[in-house]
Design a protein around this ligand. Structure first.
Ligand SMILES: *Cc1c(COP(=O)(O)O)cnc(C)c1O
Length: 413
């Protein structure tokens, strides 16, 4: 009791002082240390800008980790949340609720998929998608249950999605992992074919690997994977958690690759900042029976109202087309930097999921230097810098980011 009172007093004092170091000390004391955070405590955001406890402003090219598609606190998202918060927040999925049905309809009307399940995160969306694929295997493919995924992929942090994530650093701490997952090389149809057996029920890939370093496959890769799935009767699961909802310049990235998935997973950009995930399936793959999957919070009225407002805005304002041209503008600027700085190796990505690779492990320092200059960017690898800004950024924002980058990189000449 005394202890919690003392803590309250400490907290109050800190709020008044607004000293970010003190919040950071408290975090070190009370929080499990699973992430090495940057030395900034953010308190407010608006559009593509955020502010810290000291009142310092930053241009945000991380965007809540590719989540805040409409920027911070966009009025349509805020209004939808406030209205819904005053009306009905949570009801449980034992009952019909309206925002959930509206959001499901909007997703189906604007994609090649027929049915939706809502959950609370990307990992959960992939878990659900993989469970659906296993049901399909049990019912239609003589009990096939294995799922082929790729090296360098990222599918989430639950045990099964870690087994699906083909990266040693995520898997090593948790071995033995759940079985039934085969990781093969990305962008290699040969590797997929070699790993396929009568036990395989599905292939799951990201159209562009996000966390793996913004790795863009060859133009034919997804088509070849699709054709192979068709030949073997297996399902194709596209993890569009990072690439979907306008991020790469089309509402869903499968549109750009000329394929249709049987199952697609979404999360990050779906709720405009609130935690929501979803997986969608074609009718023929939609084989769950009542009771075979569920979620207490999944698709509750509050998050679906935010999702509906976000997705409607993205569609009504043709944000994907704007992303495409803004991405091209950004890439043109990055190419100029590449011409000036010999230590830039490659510019890659599509739309507003972009990365710059360097010939050395300088990205940690570059990120910290950008931070000092008022720009938030992401270290996706020790030698790869990633940009995943809100989709509503302007040319002026891009110019400003490029200017800061140029300043920071010039110091390394
Ligand atoms: C972020 C991400 C996930 C995991 O989403 P969480 O909400 O963190 O569970 C899965 N797949 C891809 C491609 C992602 O980018």
């Amino acid at each position: 009791m005394l202890c919690s009172m003392r803590l309250k007093a400490v907290e109050m004092g800190l709020r008044l002082a607004g000293k970010m170091e003190q919040w950071q000390e408290l975090e070190h004391k009370f929080f499990m240390q699973t992430v090495k955070r940057l030395p900034v405590t953010l308190v407010r955001g608006q559009g593509a800008r955020v502010w810290d406890t000291e009142g310092k402003e930053y241009l945000d090219f991380v965007g809540g980790w590719a989540v805040n598609t409409l920027g911070h606190c966009h009025p349509v998202v805020v209004e939808a949340l406030v209205e819904q918060a005053k009306t009905l927040i949570q009801a449980s999925n034992q009952f019909y609720t309206i925002p959930q049905v509206q959001l499901a309809k909007l997703l189906v009307d604007n994609s090649c998929l027929d049915r939706v399940f809502f959950c609370n995160s990307g990992a959960e969306a992939n878990e659900g998608a993989m469970k659906l694929a296993r049901r399909y295997g049990k019912l239609r493919l003589n009990g096939a249950y294995e799922i082929i995924t790729t090296h360098g992929s990222f599918h989430g942090r639950t045990l099964a999605t870690v087994a699906a994530t083909g990266q040693d650093k995520f898997q090593q701490p948790y071995i033995p992992l759940p079985g039934g997952f085969i990781n093969v090389d990305y962008d290699s149809i040969g590797a997929m074919k070699a790993a396929t057996t009568s036990r395989t029920c599905a292939i799951m890939v990201e159209p562009i690997q996000g966390e793996g370093g913004v790795n863009v496959p060859g133009d034919n890769y997804l088509k070849e994977v699709r054709a192979w799935c068709d030949e073997k009767g297996m399902l194709l699961i596209l993890d569009e958690i990072q690439t979907g909802l306008g991020r790469i310049g089309s509402l869903f990235s499968y549109e750009q690759y000329g394929v249709e998935p049987d199952i697609m997973t979404l999360a990050k950009g779906l709720g405009g900042g609130v935690p929501i995930g979803a997986f969608l399936a074609k009718e023929r793959a939609s084989v769950f029976a009542p009771g075979e999957h569920g979620s207490t919070y999944g698709g509750n009225p509050l998050v679906c109202a935010a999702g509906l407002a976000t997705l409607k805005f993205v569609i009504d304002n043709d944000i994907p087309a704007k992303v495409k041209s803004m991405g091209q503008y950004f890439v043109a600027g990055l190419e100029k930097l590449k011409a000036k700085f010999g230590f830039i190796v490659e510019i890659r990505g599509r739309g507003l999921l972009l990365a710059v690779s360097f010939d050395g492990d300088i990205v940690e320092e570059v990120v910290l230097d950008c931070l000092k200059e008022g720009l938030l960017v992401n270290q996706v690898k020790t030698n790869v810098l990633r940009f995943m800004p809100p989709l509503i950024i302007t040319e002026k924002d891009v110019d400003e980011a490029l200017g800061i980058l140029e300043t920071v990189l010039s110091r390394r000449l």
